[in-house]
Design a protein around this ligand. Structure first.
Ligand SMILES: C[S@@+](CC[C@H](N)C(=O)[O-])C[C@H]1O[C@@H](n2cnc3c(N)ncnc32)[C@H](O)[C@@H]1O
Length: 139
């Protein structure tokens, strides 16, 4: 099969995708931090699937932003490399793509237990300028 034929079959596959993604589901990991102009996870997920990357491929996103493509590449079983000139983007991407520390869940449970015991009564809300802007009332 020539390279042109491979490209054509992939292109045909891409044309069958409904790029409106009207029924997208919420993705907890994608939403851990806001970031401007990020992809919805469905876009890189469909592209990676449709392009049929060979086993062992590495996905490169040279403008990785908050790492949506990197996460989807990992979910599809590929290693991923991201580059971005914004250090915040690199930090968010790094957090989203690193495995959780081994004792993460135990530590989180301990912190939750301590917090529940320590702050069982009404909590004094500190004076923060524009508090309503930064935090929803239940937070
Ligand atoms: C739209 S976001 C990328 C979204 C990302 N591909 C995803 O999967 O969600 C564009 C990113 O490109 C980065 N960027 C712009 N110019 C760049 C450059 N010259 N080198 C590296 N990153 C750049 C910006 O900082 C921004 O984070």
């Amino acid at each position: 099969m020539s390279n042109t034929t491979i490209f054509d079959s992939r292109y045909t596959k891409l044309k069958t995708i409904d790029w409106n993604f009207q029924d997208v589901s919420q993705d907890a990991l994608a939403n851990i931090h806001p970031y401007p102009a990020r992809f919805i996870p469905d876009i890189p997920r469909e592209l990676i699937s449709a392009l049929g990357c060979a086993k062992g491929s590495v996905v490169l996103d040279p403008f990785c932003g908050s790492g949506t493509t990197l996460v989807e590449a990992q979910r599809a079983g590929f290693d991923a490399v991201g580059i971005d000139l914004n250090p915040i983007a690199c930090l968010i991407s790094s957090v989203k793509t690193q495995p959780l520390p081994e004792k993460y869940l135990c530590t989180a449970k301990e912190i939750y237990k301590d917090a529940k015991e320590t702050f069982s009564g009404p909590v004094e809300i500190p004076s923060i300028p524009n508090l309503d802007h930064w935090f929803k009332s239940d937070i």
